[in-house]
Design a protein around this ligand. Structure first.
Ligand SMILES: [Zn+2]
Length: 557
């Protein structure tokens, strides 16, 4: 900026500075500043995540920038009142500036752990982190704008009109951001899914989120584990039986019912299961959530979807505990990212690590077939009745084409990239359909294994399969999953579920297959799983709700 030379110019500049500006304009300016100055690192990572900078990507980048500015504008607008707006904006500017320094300097992500170390390290350690470079950086990028905010003369929209104006800005900015998000979803969804670090890089929302998480952890009192089903025992149909039972529960990943040919999908994605004798396919099953972190704890809990509470689930025993109380040995094998607390008190084996040198692994991927490795041995050697959970990697996106071995690429051409905008919708769907074809084969192999051990090892076997949630594949320009349940399209909530029982299994528990078959088209949900597994295995306990037990009306006396 040129230095004013004359008195009249000095007076002009003073006039500009002394002019009152609208508080809303100041808030918008700060939103713009936060989105740019505070987020160099975020944007450079973001550009990389969407596949690098090019002219063709300019609309996506500009649109994303507009989304961030609009979001910040909406989030700051509720502060635009006299006495509140200046301290709030200054706090955001300084926080963003300090966060940006730490991210740039140390490559750290701003999360709960960082906040914890800031609050809980001694002052000597903390002062080591502070140095003159940082002070200078924060002074220029945070302090200078803060000074201008502090000096600004503001006019505030008054009364009811003022409130309405702010509400209008808040809703309008969010609506516009949402519209842009929908338009850019095909590119943004896989980029953000594949590069989760992005949400820790966007300042100051990362710092606010992390502080919130830290304080909640800090002030929450430890909750003792609530036991349920302590009264569980094996019921009367176990009397006089000498054969052990083995029940396999396959927890699918991101498999949507609509793409199973068993449910009428045009492509033959279930060539093996279609010929599986005695398999019962439940065609209308709704998931509890649209993401693994909700669905998996929910489906194993005694809570229904309507009553499900994430926090309560963490501190309450679930299906696997009740089965243990009844005397079963429970074993969880995982080819996913863990069991979300569901298997904390049972045997756990992680098969997802390629370093084990398993022949079912390629590159950094282990195919679901790995879950069956060593299973016959486990069954043979166990002295107790077994419940084995197999947690698939299934159809996890966006890199669908990485989920199955070469022999399963029946549909194509397939999208080989995580960058959806480089692929046609058909090629994305083709890759997804191949994952279902592979799951078809995996489930058929599981049934073969159980049929074989039933005859060779003298055990009675059964398998229950269901997916945790579905997936959007471009319907309404939506991809992946995780939409809020209330608005989630059926592609994300309609999941496959099927049951197979060896003859010995259904006979000993006197289960009427045709009665179950008749229920195959009834509307069911994850709510039924907890009670139906207990019902199928004739476990008697007060926590079993017969109304949700699929088997209740299908047992012959
Ligand atoms: Zn999932």
């Amino acid at each position: 900026m040129a230095i004013p030379a004359t008195c009249s110019e000095v007076i002009q500049v003073q006039n500009v500075l002394s002019r009152r500006i609208s508080a809303n304009l100041l808030v918008f300016t700060v939103a713009l500043l936060l989105a740019t100055v505070g987020n160099f690192n975020f944007w450079s990572n973001f550009v990389h995540a969407v596949g690098g900078f090019s002219l063709a990507r300019l609309p996506v980048l500009a649109g994303s920038f507009a989304i961030v500015v609009l979001l910040f504008y909406a989030l700051l607008t509720p502060f635009s009142f006299r006495f509140v707006v200046k301290p709030a904006l200054i706090a955001f500017l300084l926080t963003a500036s300090a966060s940006a320094w730490f991210i740039n300097q140390y490559g750290v992500v701003i999360d709960k752990a960082i906040i914890q170390s800031i609050f809980e390290t001694d002052t000597r350690e903390a002062t080591e982190l502070l140095n003159w470079h940082m002070v200078l950086f924060v002074a220029v990028t945070g302090g200078l704008p803060s000074l201008l905010v502090a000096r600004a003369k503001l006019q505030y929209p008054q009364g009811v009109r003022g409130i309405a104006q702010r509400a209008g800005i808040f809703a309008g900015a969010l609506a516009l951001a949402a519209l842009l998000l929908v338009l850019l979803f095909k590119t943004l969804a896989p980029a953000v899914r594949e590069h989760r670090e992005l949400r820790y890089l966007l300042t100051p929302t990362n710092a606010v989120q992390a502080l919130n998480g830290y304080l909640r952890n800090r002030w929450s009192t430890p909750v003792p584990l609530q036991e349920i089903g302590r009264d569980a025992t094996k019921g009367s149909r176990w009397a006089g039986q000498t054969r052990r039972t083995v029940t396999v529960i396959v927890v699918g990943e991101t498999a949507r019912a609509a793409n199973f040919s068993l449910n009428g999908y045009a492509r033959e994605t279930n060539p093996r299961l279609a010929h599986e004798d005695g398999l019962i396919n439940f065609a209308k099953v709704e998931s509890c959530g649209t993401a693994t972190a909700v669905s998996v704890p929910c489906v194993f809990s005694a809570m229904t979807r309507e009553r499900y509470d994430d926090n309560k689930a963490k501190h309450q025993e679930g299906l696997l505990d009740v089965l243990k109380h009844a005397g079963f040995r429970v074993h969880w094998r995982d080819n996913n990212s863990g069991c979300k607390g569901v298997c904390d008190r049972v045997e756990f084996v992680d098969v997802s690590n390629p370093s084990t040198g398993s022949r079912n692994c390629a590159g950094d991927e282990c195919y679901d077939q790995d879950l069956l490795e060593g299973l016959p041995n486990l069954i043979r050697q166990s002295t107790k009745d077994l419940v084995i959970v197999l947690h698939q990697k299934g159809s996890h996106g966006p890199a669908y084409a990485h989920r199955y071995p070469a022999g399963f690429g029946r549909f194509g051409p397939v999208c080989n990239s995580s960058e959806f905008e480089t692929c046609t919708r058909d090629s994305i769907v083709a890759a997804y359909d191949n994952t279902i074809l592979y799951t078809d084969s995996f489930l058929a192999d599981t049934i073969d294994l159980l049929r074989k051990t039933a005859s060779e090892s003298g055990v009675d076997t059964s398998m229950l399969y269901f997916s945790d949630h579905g997936e959007s594949l471009g319907e309404g320009n939506m991809y992946l999953h995780g939409a809020p349940y209330l608005f989630a399209p059926s592609e994300q909530t309609h999941v496959p579920m099927m049951l197979w029982m060896s003859d010995g299994f259904s006979q000993r528990f006197r289960i009427d297959r045709s009665c179950l078959q008749a229920r195959a088209d009834q509307p069911l949900s994850h709510d039924n799983v907890f009670h139906s597994v207990l019902g199928m295995l004739n476990v008697e306990t007060a926590v079993l709700n017969p109304k949700l037990d699929l088997f209740h009306a299908c047992v012959r006396n």
